[in-house]
Design a protein around this ligand. Structure first.
Ligand SMILES: [Ca+2]
Ligand SMILES: [Ca+2]
Length: 142
């Protein structure tokens, strides 16, 4: 358990670093693609969204909502990701939508840093953003 502090620029710097962002997205995608068929199904994406607490906040998911409502909501999020409406989310669709979400979060954070409490083994995208920022600070200070 640790605390990271992130603000809008932490998140937008992460997205702007295309090589790093794409690499992280690819890693995340591989983790989420439980049956390794190269695409995310509805249930795979839902599992992913459930594990991203900040994304839930971003989409206004009320975790205490009834199951059918949650399912509807996750379906509507899936439809956002599934740009070509073929019923699965491929890597490119996933990357495009993650980018939009991260930039929207960055906008929302602006220059007001927030503290995030992290549990051990937490590999949320925002933590990755914070890690990247930390590693850059380390490099630039020698
Ligand atoms: Ca899959
Ligand atoms: Ca698709």
């Amino acid at each position: 358990m640790g605390i990271v502090i992130i603000d809008g620029s932490t998140v937008s710097n992460f997205v702007d670093d295309v090589a790093e962002f794409n690499k992280r997205v690819a890693e995340l995608f591989a983790t989420l693609d439980i049956n390794n068929d190269g695409v995310l199904s509805r249930s795979e994406l839902r599992k992913a969204l459930e594990s991203f607490r900040l994304l839930e906040a971003h989409f206004g998911v009320d975790v205490a909502a009834p199951a059918e409502e949650l399912t509807k909501l996750y379906d509507s999020i899936f439809d956002k990701f599934d740009c070509d409406k073929n019923g699965t989310v491929d890597m490119e669709e996933f990357r495009n939508e993650m980018k939009k979400i991260m930039l929207a979060i960055a906008d929302g954070l602006g220059s007001c840093p927030i503290q995030m409490a992290l549990e051990d083994g937490d590999d949320s995208f925002l933590k990755l953003a914070a890690d990247l920022e930390a590693s850059k600070i380390k490099f630039s200070s020698g």
